[in-house]
Design a protein around this ligand. Sequence first.
Ligand code: ADP
Ligand code: ASP
Ligand code: MG
Length: 403
Amino acid sequence: MLIVQKYGGTSVANAERVFNVAKRVKSYYDEGNSVIVVVSAQGDTTDDLIEKAKEINDKPSKREMDVLLSTGEQISMSLLAMALEKLGAPVISLTGWQAGMLTNSNHGNARIKKIDSERILRELDQSKIVIVAGFQGINKYDDITTLGRGGSDTSAVALAAAVGADLCQIYTDVRGVFTTDPRIVPNASKLDDISFDEMVELASLGANVLHNRSVELAKKFNIELEVLSSLEYERGTIVKGVKQVEKMLVRGVARDNDVARITIKNLDDEPGAAFKLFSLLAKKNINVDIILQTLGSDGKQDISFTVPESSLESAVETLNDNLSEFGAEKILFDKNVSKVSIVGAGMASNPGVAAKMFEALYSANINILMISTSEIKISVLVEQSLAEAAVREIHDKFGLADL
Ligand code: ADP
Ligand code: ASP
Ligand code: MG
């Protein structure tokens, strides 16, 4: 079999863990499989590198930031290769660019355009274990790019698609995908399987156990993923296309703290107001999420919406520069908010799911600031300090514990 395995930061955090991974990789290799391993940076290395950059320059160019951040994964790949050498296994480590990961030029959040897998296949042909640095690639100008936080999952799935792997395993520090983050709700249940669509939603709504783009890719190329612990020998969660007969009402609860709310007060209530406002933000590449518009009175209205916290500064700056264009009075913003969401493919055909979620919040005396719904999810915005309590209440209300 041709296997792609990805090991996250905690799984390679220190020498002991690196050897633990090396032994696991070798056991698959010794069974006669071809193995490609994608690694993340050790422990908090990426965060530490970001801090280091800040000490020098609080607004470094994105290009240089990518040069710096890509080094974290290079440490892991070489250490893992050395551990495998020590165990007597033939191995080679490759950077993203050596492995042919070609991306666009969107530094810090680059997208993989193509993988030129010739080198990897050549090394596999020589019976080597191939270790590839996750989270990184190269653009058409030969500059180093990174794929966005958590992006090693996406490197792994893209590689699995490119080489036509038979199995793609994502090893992490929990036993699989749970009904919610087990660090918030210790008795959350591990899911045996979950559909691509539900997993894309959960990941996009803050369940960072998988990078959302990795799940989108897995769906596109129909690559079944297994999410499992690198510290145990137990079955994990299979992420796959659905053939479920009965869709689950609610599969999971997610929380996202990377959210800020912006309110524009006393905006002109006239055709084109929303268009003008949101096209300004679109031009700055700012992703707008939940939008709420008040009923107009006296020709004025308020519009509130959420953006990722990392885009807040740029959004507020852009809007303040153009306030007069929409006749607005002022802009308010709040970073201390979180989005809490439920996801389930069965909720579209079941009335009452939203009411049940709101009841859970009411009984915990948690105020809802904004609401948004789609076919397979319901999200609410709450005060950040109440978000974990909200997750627990909702998780409990839908009976997701110890399934
Ligand atoms: P890695 O370094 O292996 O990529 P991450 O920290 O990116 O690991 O992702 C694993 C973490 O995701 C877990 O430690 C857990 O706290 C968090 N998490 C959030 N939501 C979920 C969920 N629904 N199921 C499992 N883990 C989750
Ligand atoms: N090291 C990168 C990060 O911390 C990529 C990853 O872990 O997937 O975001
Ligand atoms: Mg991760």
